[in-house]
Structures are given as structure tokens and as C-alpha cells.
Design a protein around this ligand. Sequence first.
Ligand code: SER
Length: 317
Amino acid sequence: MKNILIIGATGQIGSELTMKLRSIYGNDHVVAGYIAGAEPKGELAESGPSAICDVTDAPAISEVVKKYGIDTIYNLAALLSVVAERKPMLAWKIGIDGLWNVLEVARENNCAVFTPSSIGSFGPETPRDHTPQDTIQRPRTIYGVSKVTTELLSDYYHNKYGVDTRSVRFPGLISNVTPPGGGTTDYAVDIYYSAVRGEQFTCPIAAGTYMDMMYMPDALNGAVQLMEANPDRLIHRNGFNIASMSFDPNGIYQMIKKYVPDFKMVYDVDPLKQSIADSWPNSLDDVCARQEWDWNPTYDLESMTRDMLEKLALRLK
Ligand code: SER
């Protein structure tokens, strides 16, 4: 039986991944790691153990790992791209100094480690369409710089010390549970809240800007499936391109309008977000993930839209 620590368990991914892992491995086997001020609440707090676990505090991580006999760490602590541009040193401290801490604890305690990379690990020189698994990675954002470093450092720990590191390059993640904070792709979440509230949506990203996106259930399945994958089949490790849909603001708007005919959207382009979006690919080629660990997402834009509108309507009622 696995004993899992999630660092960043109350964040956008962590809040849902913790519950999913508890349903698979048992509530007592999944520790929700959080920082002061972001304590778990409700079901997340009540369904299993939790512990203060700041990624910048190596002794604290080590203590939690030893106390709970942890063998797998999902390291989800990060600043998203827009916030990171405003606080580059903090982004590095959390993303890279934090990762060193996690990897060292993992090496000492023989833990497997999952740390997300991102479509943000690519830059303007990267082939934009069907971006290959192995290609140019020269990002212009500190978020991207830290994600490329994450991939390299994670591979380094695998090659040098045999630490079982694995990761995926997540696209923009869309969910109806915990909202993202400070990402370039956040508009694709916010738009559903406006639609369900009956408000006009002001889009910060220009029409014609395509980015890969994914519905959270597929993203969670991907993370778990990769960590369960037979290592003998893995040619790559950090990190795999994964993809399920790519659209521009007009594409998601038109899809929502199909179900909410009165919905209105206007544009007020945010220069920072737009410049970040312009430096990222339009769509990734995920053939290696499909071949090496059977990645196979289930949601497309239409099925995600139906589910988002239905779930948010119930929640925001
Ligand atoms: N969703 C992230 C962001 O927009 C990209 O991985 O920053």
C-alpha cells in the first residue's frame, strides 16, 4: 500500500487530487500537506490526515515523510505564470529551492516524486502546432524557466541517484472546485463562472490565441496513471506532453453560448497575459504519453462545458 504526501494539497490541483488519491489508496494513506494560512477545510480536512508542510522548509518535509512512512510525494507547490512574473524570486524559491528540498528528502527516504511541468516550459522558438515531446525549450517567463529547471533537476535525480521522478506538462486546467490563482489560462475557468452567474465576461486574452487546456478529471487521472505506470515502459520521465483540447477565447465562448444563448463576452486584453500566451504553443503532441503509459483523456470542449455548467449551476445556486 502506498503512503502519499501531497505538498500544496489545498491548491487548485491538490484539493481534488487529495480526494481522488484517498478514494484509491485509502483515507489514512494520503497526507494533505499545506502551508499556514491555507489550511484544509470541510471534506478535505475531515477525510484524512493533514500536516503543515512548507516546500521551502526541508526539515518539515522530512519530518512528515518519516512520521507517515511516505513513499510517494506529489509536489504541487508553485506560483502560476502571471503571479510569478510579478514575484520572480519567490517563484524560484518555491519552484526550484523547494524542489531541491523535496528531491533530497525523496533520495534519503526512497520516495517517488511527481512534480508538474507545464505548457509554460516552451517558448516562442518552440514549434507552435503539435509541439513534439522533445523540442526547443527556451521560455521567456520565470514560470517557464522554473518548469524547464524542474524537468532537468528531476531527470538529474533519477539518473544520478535513481529517484523515481515523473512528471507531465500540464496545459491550462479547468475545474469547478478550487479556482486557479494568477495563471495565464485562468480565463477559461472564469468564463464559466460568469456564464452561470448570468454576467457578461471580459476576456483578457485576444481572439485567435490558442492554448492547450484540460478538464481536471483527465489531469488527475493522468497524474495517477503516470505514477502507476510500469517503469520499464518509460523512455521519458520529466515531463510528458499531455493534451486533450485546444481552443481560443472565441471557441470556448461559442461552445458556452450553445448552452447559455444569452451569454455575452467582450475583450479587454491584458498585455502581460497576452505576451505570455503568445509565447506558448497552440497545441502539444502527446504521442509519447499515449505510447509509454497509455494516456487517453476522456473530455473534449463540449463534454467539459456541459459538466462545468451543470456542476457550477448546482454550486452557485
Ligand atoms: N495554467 C498555467 C498558467 O496559466 C500554465 O500551466 O500559468
